[in-house]
Design a protein around this ligand. Structure first.
Ligand code: COA
Length: 162
């Protein structure tokens, strides 16, 4: 077996992400869930907040480690003896971008392979942005995100409107 990395912005983590993390945890020796930065995005939650939520949600999975990292995924992978990057695929449209990222990461470090897991059908319409938009407008995000994330979203948007 091998050690794997599940990277993302996780702003915030959704039930779709948790499904991928849980399934990866059954497939690999150790799974590092990595809060990484995507320069194209302004985040609602700080990296510390995202790590803290993920650590609480992954506490029951002994083989899962949660960290944040600034820099190239392949550097984190090399430093932590990781040879597999796991990404969830929702739509065919995800594939083009994900393939590009997988090829870039492989070019940077050919010892690291990317493995795609199909996102569970019940989560395939989910994204962190959609969840944030629903919560921002006062809609119910129950069932889309874990309970603690739901509470944090409500608190975040309540604080913003005060
Ligand atoms: N369930 C629900 N939503 C999912 C999902 C799933 N299984 N899988 C992906 N998504 C959503 C995410 O929430 C995200 O939503 P958003 O755009 O509304 O925030 C969207 O799909 C895209 O996800 P993803 O492709 O994982 O992007 P990301 O922004 O979360 O993460 C990084 C991108 C951080 C992994 C990427 O920028 C990165 O690798 N950065 C480090 C630098 C680096 O090494 N770059 C590569 C070399 S160029």
């Amino acid at each position: 077996m091998a050690n794997a990395l599940v990277p993302g912005s996780f702003d915030p983590v959704t039930n779709g992400h948790m499904d991928i993390i849980r399934r990866a945890s059954g497939l690999f020796d150790t799974v590092h869930v990595l809060v990484a930065s995507n320069n194209a995005k302004n985040t609602l939650f700080t990296a510390e907040e995202r790590v803290e939520m993920l650590r609480r949600l992954c506490a029951d999975m002994n083989d899962v480690v949660v960290n944040s990292f600034e820099g190239l995924l392949v550097n984190y992978a090399q430093q932590n003896n990781i040879t597999v990057i796991v990404k969830g695929l929702r739509f065919v449209s995800d594939f083009e971008y994900e393939l590009q990222m997988a090829l870039a990461n492989h070019r940077l470090n050919s010892a690291v392979e990317t493995v795609f897991l199909p996102t569970g059908v019940e989560y395939s319409d989910l994204s962190s942005s959609i969840v944030k938009e629903i919560a921002r407008l006062g809609g119910a995000v129950e069932g889309l995100v874990p309970d603690i994330v739901q509470q944090r979203l409500v608190a975040k948007f309540a604080a913003r409107t005060r």
